[in-house]
Every structure is written in structure tokens, then in C-alpha cells.
Design a protein around this ligand. Structure first.
Ligand SMILES: Cc1cc2nc3c(=O)[nH]c(=O)nc-3n(C[C@H](O)[C@H](O)[C@H](O)COP(=O)(O)O)c2cc1C
Length: 373
């Protein structure tokens, strides 16, 4: 009789302990399932960005060239490309399933992305012993590269391909050495494409204000946020399920389960994004605007080539860069932004900031087999 209440207390305590243990197991299991720590993101990224060994025969070389092409910068890392191999040619075709209709309704950035891929492909072709003849997409919706055997010509830009990245973190506020900036600005351009460097404090403040306006418009637009969220990969499990998109750690952000990351992005105040980018511009050594004389597919492809060349030249010199395209992506700001920069008839196409910062984790790419037609 006397020990019954004690037994009941014990049982209740045991029950509470059991419930707590079950809770810990459930939370632990959920965390394991969400973050899958056994997945090796860094190992996968290393394998993707590994330089390819040279090979002797044409068909093997063509897939090597495509691999280098896929390492190019591209909007939202949507990888909007398909490659068709011929006996001695490669076609780069747009992948319409990977368009970004909200941020890029004209496919302007899609064709710029194909231009970035083209530039990597051409550098790799030269390094592997091919001369290339390019047909730009004026008449057809495709870029054609015809290859003939030539003496191999490596280059510092080709060597920099596996190290280039968009480094979206804050930079250290140091100016870029004049000799290095001069080398960047001496990068060969393409016909019709111009480059406008911005380093003076007053000009940087003006750029900062346009980026602020662009951020307020984009991050206040639900359709923009929904499209962006669709391409965000909030943790390595998601990143490794798709091998595309924007993985949190590549932007300097922590891992999160999708529901939490999505909630965070969707409920963020546009002003927060505007302030964050303003601070990043303040800590950058300068900015570059790439403009083109026309808004045609060929002009966009050539813009992409020039961007990729500049980014590789900066990589070779240890300079980091990241895009702040907001005032060009928001149609209502683009014309004003161009006039404010004194670009006259040229259309601003890309805006990037540059400076010094440590590396971020590498972004992923789909394997070559998945992008061949
Ligand atoms: C045309 C174009 C537009 C881009 N726009 C932005 C942008 O507005 N903001 C940004 O952070 N990155 C932008 N990027 C960078 C891509 O997100 C980046 O290239 C992609 O995620 C792959 O990462 P990686 O360049 O580090 O390899 C853009 C890239 C291209 C080619």
C-alpha cells in the first residue's frame, strides 16, 4: 500500500524520460534527414572543378571542351544550355526548360550565359589544339563552333577556369593594385561591347543608389521571390539532388531546411537586401559595367564572352568579383542607369563589383552526359 504512489511517480518519471528520449530521436532523425551530413558536397564539387587531363582524339576532346563550357558563370546557376556534338563541331543551344521568365523575360541573361560557356569552350579548344570558327546566333537560335586542328595554346585564362567563382561575400575594402587593374582593363573586348570601370567614390555612391532601387523593386516583387526560391538550394541534400541552382553556402549563408530558408527569404524586408548589398559595394574596390551597342542575341553572347574573360583575368590575378545586376534587370531602371553612367546609345548588360576576399565553396554543375543533346 505504502509503495504504490512511489511506483506511480516512478512510472510517470519513466514515461516523461521516454517521451523526452523519443523527442530527441525524432529531432535528431529529422536533422539527419534534412542535412544528410554523410553526403560529401566538397568532394563532389572538387570532382566537378577538377581540370581535365588532355586527350589525343577528337570525340574524347569534344566532351572535355563541353565540360569546361559548363564551368562558366550563368544566371541562377540554372545552366540553360544543351550541347550537340558533331564530328568536328559543337553547337551550344538554349535549354528553354531552364529559362528565368521573371528576372529575364527577354532571355537576355540566358544568351549572356551561353556566351560565358562559349568563352570557356574556346579557351579549352585552343589549349587542346583546335582553332575555332564561330557562327553567332543571328540567323538561327544556336551558337555553332567549327573546330580544326591547330597547335595547342594554353593560357593563364584557361588555367583560371577551375578557380573562377562568383564570390558574394563582403570584400576587404582594399583597392586593387593599379598594375593589376590596368591588366584587367586591358582584357580584349568583342566588337560592339564596351567596358566602363567605376572606382571614384562619387561614382560608386551613384551605383550603390541604383542597386538599392533595384533591390527594393525585385525583393518587393512576389513573382521574383518565387522564381528565386525555386532555384535556391538551402542545404547540401538539395544541392546534391539537382547539381544546379544557388546553394546557400556558395552565397556565404548557413544551411537550413527548405521550409525555414523559404520562410526567411519570402518574409525578408527588401530594405535588408538593399542595405546588405550597399555594404558589400562599400567594401569593394570598384565596379565594372559591361555594355553592348545593341540588344540582340549576338550582342548578348559577345557580352557573356567578355564577362567570362574579365572574370578569368581577375581570377588569375587573385581578384574576386560578384554580380550586382539589379539596376539592369529591372526594366524601369535600366535606361536611367545607362544615362547616369553616360553610356549614350550603349545598353548596360552586366554590373559587377570586385575586390579581395577568401574563396567560398564552389557551385555544382550537372554532368556532361546530362547536357548533351
Ligand atoms: C547573366 C548572368 C547574370 C547573373 N546575375 C547574378 C546576380 O544578379 N546576382 C548574383 O549574385 N549572381 C548572378 N550571377 C552569377 C551566377 O549566379 C553564378 O554564375 C552561378 O550561380 C554559378 O556560380 P559560379 O559563377 O560561382 O560558378 C549571374 C550570372 C550570369 C552569367
Amino acid at each position: 500500500m505504502t509503495d504504490r504512489p512511489a511506483q506511480t511517480r516512478l512510472n510517470r518519471r519513466n514515461f516523461l524520460r521516454l517521451t523526452a528520449a523519443a523527442g530527441v530521436v525524432a529531432v535528431g532523425g529529422y536533422a539527419l534527414a534534412e542535412f544528410a551530413p554523410w553526403l560529401d558536397y566538397a568532394g563532389q564539387a572538387d570532382a566537378i572543378w577538377q581540370p581535365d587531363a588532355g586527350t589525343a582524339t577528337m570525340p574524347a576532346n569534344l566532351t572535355t571542351l563541353v565540360h569546361y563550357a559548363t564551368l562558366a558563370a550563368n544566371g541562377h546557376n540554372a545552366q540553360p544550355w544543351r550541347f550537340a556534338l558533331g564530328a568536328d563541331s559543337i553547337e551550344i543551344r538554349p535549354d528553354s526548360a531552364r529559362r528565368l521568365p521573371v528576372v529575364d523575360p527577354q532571355d537576355r541573361e540566358l544568351w549572356i550565359s551561353l556566351g560565358c560557356a562559349l568563352e570557356n569552350l574556346l579557351l579549352a579548344a585552343r589549349a587542346r589544339g583546335y582553332a575555332a570558327d564561330i557562327t553567332y546566333p543571328d540567323a538561327a537560335d544556336v551558337i555553332r563552333v567549327h573546330l580544326t586542328a591547330d597547335a595547342p595554346q594554353g593560357s593563364p585564362l584557361f588555367d583560371a577556369i577551375p578557380r573562377r567563382q562568383n564570390t558574394r561575400t563582403a570584400y576587404d575594402g582594399q583597392p586593387v593594385k593599379t598594375a593589376d587593374l590596368d591588366r584587367v582593363l586591358a582584357t580584349p573586348l568583342e566588337p560592339g561591347v564596351t567596358l566602363r570601370p567605376i572606382t571614384a567614390a562619387g561614382d560608386m555612391a551613384q551605383v550603390q543608389e541604383y542597386v538599392r532601387q533595384g533591390n527594393l523593386q525585385q525583393y518587393g516583387d512576389r513573382a521574383f521571390l518565387e522564381e528565386l526560391i525555386g532555384w535556391l538550394r538551402f542545404n547540401q541534400r538539395e544541392a546534391l539532388a539537382f547539381y544546379d541552382g544557388l546553394y546557400s553556402r556558395c552565397s556565404g549563408n548557413p544551411e537550413a531546411p527548405r521550409w525555414l530558408g523559404q520562410m526567411f527569404v519570402a518574409s525578408g524586408k527588401p530594405e535588408q537586401q538593399a542595405d546588405a548589398d550597399a555594404a558589400k559595394l562599400s567594401g569593394s574596390a570598384g565596379a565594372l559595367v559591361i555594355a553592348a551597342g545593341a540588344d540582340t542575341r549576338s550582342a548578348w553572347v559577345r557580352t557573356g564572352q567578355v564577362y567570362e574573360r574579365l572574370a578569368l583575368q581577375m581570377t588569375a590575378l587573385g581578384i574576386k568579383s560578384a554580380f550586382v545586376n539589379q539596376p539592369i534587370e529591372v526594366a524601369a531602371l535600366r535606361g536611367q542607369f545607362g544615362s547616369a553612367l553616360g553610356l549614350a546609345a550603349a545598353q548596360p548588360q552586366l554590373l559587377l563589383r570586385f575586390g579581395y576576399a577568401p574563396d567560398l565553396p564552389r557551385s555544382l554543375r550537372r554532368p556532361v552526359a546530362q547536357v548533351l543533346v
